[in-house]
Design a protein around this ligand. Structure first.
Ligand code: UD1
Length: 311
């Protein structure tokens, strides 16, 4: 029986965690519904036991949790604008799926679920950097769904003794992020377009900023969160980011240098539900997990552009 389950294993972050586990010689099961996951992302993961299924179905959750000790729960509809366009789907694939997974995990005796939380739960609060003692103030259906998942995780720790941990991701980017949907992350979209000589669109004035976090940092933190002493992390939520932010305009300039794109960006309407600035305080993850980011934004962006160039 595999020790680890990765949900969303055919997605960008799930795939990356599964690769790291397999490289360590671990036994891994993956599950994905392919709503946003890609078959191509499973190439290189042949040693993983794979189940195609939808976590909104409790029977799928029971099947994939059987015999597992640790779950990395990455499956989600990871898009703010998608949740604005279709909140019911986000609710189903984030809240229903997470609750079903937790029930199945508890019933199967899973020790710990490490959950992909989101910085979006902080909403528009002007305080920067965002720290974990701030009251969540979600302003989009996506943020509500991610926060509900977090609360379920900590409640399951409290009432059933699970060791669940939430990592609140701040704008993760890197190789394998899908650049093809208009719900894709901004860096994936910009890399693809600018390498192809196509003009990217900046929504708003481009002065919005993000704590863009390279995927390797996210994988490292997940492995640390799986191994951290329960007394430190059970039922807790913490930021996962780099602790520095850049604006979209600055990012566009950096990408011009890396991709060779010579044009200007188009400026469009600000997106509904968009947050102006996002920057994390990462001291709690440093204290509880021993986490420090190992790949900074510039190096991560360079590696990401090189990867898209090879695609
Ligand atoms: C992102 C994540 C979300 C995560 C959250 C917090 C994605 C797809 N979404 O939301 O899962 O929970 O961070 O970590 O990774 N933009 C443009 N042009 C484009 C696309 C986007 O200007 O073509 C702008 C957006 O308006 C926004 C910024 O880029 O201001 C970032 O957008 P996006 O990558 O979708 O991420 P978030 O909404 O911040």
């Amino acid at each position: 029986m595999p020790k680890y389950l990765v949900t969303g294993a055919a997605g960008f972050i799930g795939r990356s965690i599964a690769v790291a586990l397999l490289a360590r010689g671990e036994s891994v099961r993956g599950v994905d519904s392919f709503i946003t996951g890609k078959h191509a992302n499973l190439v290189g993961l042949e040693a993983m036991e794979f189940v195609e299924g939808d976590l909104a179905d409790p029977a799928v959750c029971a099947r994939v949790c059987a015999g597992v000790e640790i779950v990395f729960h990455e499956a989600a509809l990871a898009s703010v604008p998608r949740s604005v366009a279709d909140p019911a789907s986000t609710n189903r694939n984030c809240i229903d799926a997470t609750l079903n997974l937790l029930v199945a995990a508890k019933d199967a005796g899973v020790r710990r679920v490490v959950y992909a939380g989101s910085s979006s739960i902080y909403g528009e609060t002007p305080t920067l950097p965002k720290h974990e003692e701030m009251l969540p103030a979600p302003i989009t259906p996506y943020a509500v769904a991610k926060l509900a998942g977090e609360h379920y995780l900590s409640a399951f720790s409290r009432v059933y003794g699970m060791e669940n941990v939430t990592l609140r991701y701040f704008n993760v980017f890197g190789p394998y992020q899908d650049p093809t949907s208009h719900y894709s992350g901004v860096l994936a979209i910009f890399c693809r377009k600018m390498l192809a000589g196509e003009q990217p669109t900046i929504h708003g004035d481009g002065e919005q900023s993000r704590d863009f976090t390279y995927i390797d940092n996210v994988v490292t933190a997940n492995l640390l969160a799986a191994a951290a002493p329960a007394g430190k992390v059970a039922g807790r939520a913490m930021n996962l980011a780099t602790g520095s932010a850049v604006s979209l305009n600055q990012t566009f300039d950096l990408l011009c240098g890396l991709t060779g794109y010579r044009g200007k960006p188009a400026y469009g309407e600000q997106r509904s539900g968009d947050i102006k600035h996002s920057l994390a305080d990462i001291h709690l993850a440093q204290e509880l997990l021993g986490y420090t980011p190992t790949v900074d934004f510039a190096e991560g962006l360079r590696r990401t552009v090189e990867w898209y160039r090879g695609q």
